[in-house]
Each structure stands twice: as structure tokens, then as C-alpha cells.
Design a protein around this ligand. Sequence first.
Ligand SMILES: Cc1cc2nc3c(=O)[nH]c(=O)nc-3n(C[C@H](O)[C@H](O)[C@H](O)COP(=O)(O)OP(=O)(O)OC[C@H]3O[C@@H](n4cnc5c(N)ncnc54)[C@H](O)[C@@H]3O)c2cc1C
Length: 389
Amino acid sequence: MTAVVVVGAGPVGLSAALALRARGLPVVLLEADPKDRARPGSRALFVHRETLALLDGMQPGLAGEITSYGRTWQTKRTLYRGREVYARTFPAPKGPPPFTSLRQVDTERFLRAACERAGVEFVWEARVTEVRTTARGARLTCADGRKWNCSYAVAADGAHSAVRRALGISMEGERGEGFHVVVDVADTPGAELPPERVFHYEHPGVGGRSVMRVPFTGGFQVDLQCRDGDLQEEFGTEEAVRRWLPAVVGEGHGDRILWVSTYHFLRKVAASFTDPHRRVLLVGEAAHLFPPFGARGMNSGIADAAAAADAVVSGVVEPFADVRRSAALFNSEAAGTALDHLRPRRRTVRLRQRAAAALSPVLPWCGEWLEHAPYGPRHGAPVVAGGKY
Ligand SMILES: Cc1cc2nc3c(=O)[nH]c(=O)nc-3n(C[C@H](O)[C@H](O)[C@H](O)COP(=O)(O)OP(=O)(O)OC[C@H]3O[C@@H](n4cnc5c(N)ncnc54)[C@H](O)[C@@H]3O)c2cc1C
């Protein structure tokens, strides 16, 4: 019997495999896709300091590798209808940076190389379709009939988790109205945009929709908040992006678009993070889905992965399931607060934002509030929220 099988080689499954190897356990990682797959887009860009510390605990030096490739910008700016209401430039960090920004595909590249160094056994083109558990272990069956018996399985098979569905565990929560558009644009050599994160409320160039620009290594991501009733073809196709992008970042970037995607706002948490026999542990998007603002998805998924490895080693799964579910509920709530601010349903929220923008030249805390609010409560970092993990 294999000690532990991890299902899914996304950032969370790779982290789980690495964390298990760091604790000395043999690990088989089953991935549905082929070995040479291409993963799309920047997606989760932002890797928090706490996540970097967890990854370094899994393989010393890994955080340094990731941060020396990623970007840490020092300037944050917020604008409201074309006028700056907040700007701050922080000194260069002396020690580990507070975060690093790189495309998810690059984070996965570092994690996969770390797993290979650590001796994780990868099995590609292994799509898990069935799961059975007993008090002694789990049996996973793949679409092609291959079977894997293990003491524990860590399910990191993403938002449409087949493992979760096979166990009959439901997702609880809601799907919000509307969508936002995510665009990756490659830097123009010699004419790179300033390395700063910019949030613009009610940008006049895109009909008063809010826009964020975030740098990553080699380019930048632009997020456009669409309104309820906006059509995908008006904002969310590459052709549509070419139309509105110049108003947001200036001319000359349209032919450097790398990826365009639309993202719906889901706030869902699994009813349980484990099965009744406590042999399968759900982690990452198999267990929770949050809107991206606040960078809670991948970061809290990596915290799940570290906690799952501890639980497997100790053989005590229930506290993992409780603590990480509490963390997910906290993050879901926090993401909801951010969303209320980003897509105000109540007139009073818009009025408060307008008043804060008007007062920011004389009351700097108003500008600070506008700067921080789109990411949700700062209290309880996504990684640690809900308990010691
Ligand atoms: C279009 C898009 C845009 C996004 N934008 C952002 C963003 O802007 N900011 C942000 O923070 N987050 C964003 N996210 C979310 C972020 O990408 C996720 O939080 C992150 O990928 C979760 O990692 P994961 O490892 O849990 O799942 P995934 O990355 O989904 O990995 C799951 C893995 O499991 C494999 N798999 C699936 N089913 C099976 C099976 N049955 N058997 C074996 N393997 C299986 C998949 O092939 C995949 O490799 C975005 C996601 C998408 C799809």
C-alpha cells in the first residue's frame, strides 16, 4: 500500500506532495493532464510572505528561488475617477519580502522542480474517477482502470474535484452576479510601465468601471470589474480588450496581450474537509472557492497543504478538517466584504467611497481606507486565518 496519494498537480497538490516528502513520507502524485501540458495565464499572482515561509519549510531555499524570480513592487497607488487619492512608496525590504508576484505557471514550475528534487513520484494522465474509503485507508480508481491503495489521500484536484464529488461532499455558498476580466500583457522592452500596483475606482476611460493593474515578472495583469448586465463580448474577449486597454494603460500594448480570461465570483466552502473515515483530506480549490481579491485562493490552499501533511503524519485528521474549514469560512467572509466594496450593491457604499475620495486630500486616512478596502479585512492573514495553521 502507498503511504499517501495526492490527487492534482496544481500549486496546492504540488505543495502537499512537497510537504509530505519533507516529513519523510513516500508520495505518489496523480495528475489527469499529460506531463507536457501548458497551463494558462497568470491567475494567482500574489504569493504572501507566510506562504513563502511555509514553502521554505517544505524545501529550504525554495522561497529564495521564487522571490528572486518574482517581483516585489514598492509603490501602491489608488485613484478615484482619474484623481490620485493614495500613493505610498515603501523602502526596499531588508529581509524576506512581504510578498512576491509571478504568474501561477511560474510558481508551479518552481514547485514541480522542487517535487522532482524531493523524489515525489508523478503519474501523469491519471484521472481519478472513483474513491472508496475504509477505516484503514482509501482506494482511488482512475478512468483507465488503474487503482491506487493508500493510507491517506490528499485531494487537490481543483474546483470540479472528482474526489469530493465521489465522496458526496457538497459545496456550500453562493455564486455572485457578474464577472471580471483578467488580462496578462507582456512588458514592452525599453518601455516597461512603472513597477507599481494601481487600483482605479470608477475609471473614466472604461465607463466608470474599476480597474487594477498588478506587475509580475515579464509583464502586468489588468483586472476590469464588469457591471451586472455587462456582456462578455463587450469586455471579455481579446478583441474587446484591445478596444478598452489603451484607455487604461496607454497605447501600444494591444499586440502584447498574452491571455484573457473572465472570472466569476464564487464563494463556496466544502461541507466537510474530510470523509467519514478520515482518510481523504480536501485542500485548495477542491475545498473552497473565493473571489480573487485578497489573494486568498492559492495562498490559503498552500496553508491547507502544509496542514494536511501534518495531519497525515500525526494520523489525526479531524483538527485539520475543522481548523482549515474555519479558515476557509473566514476567508469566504473576508472576500465577501471585499466584494461588497468592489461591486457596491448599496448606494451608501458608493456614497462613502465618493465622500472618502473627496476628503482624502485633507484626511489621509480616507485615502488609506480606499486603498485597503478592495482586498477585504487585513486582520487574519489568509494563510493563518482560522487557527494555528
Ligand atoms: C480562469 C482563472 C482565473 C483565475 N484568476 C485568479 C486570480 O486572478 N487571482 C487568484 O488569486 N486566483 C485566481 N484563480 C484561482 C487560482 O488559479 C486557484 O486558486 C489555484 O489554481 C488553486 O490551486 P489548486 O491546486 O487548488 O487547483 P488547480 O490549480 O485547479 O489544480 C487542480 C489540478 O488537479 C488536476 N485534476 C483535476 N481533476 C483531476 C482528477 N479527477 N484526477 C487527477 N487530477 C485532476 C488538474 O488538472 C489540475 O492540475 C483563477 C482561476 C482560473 C481558472
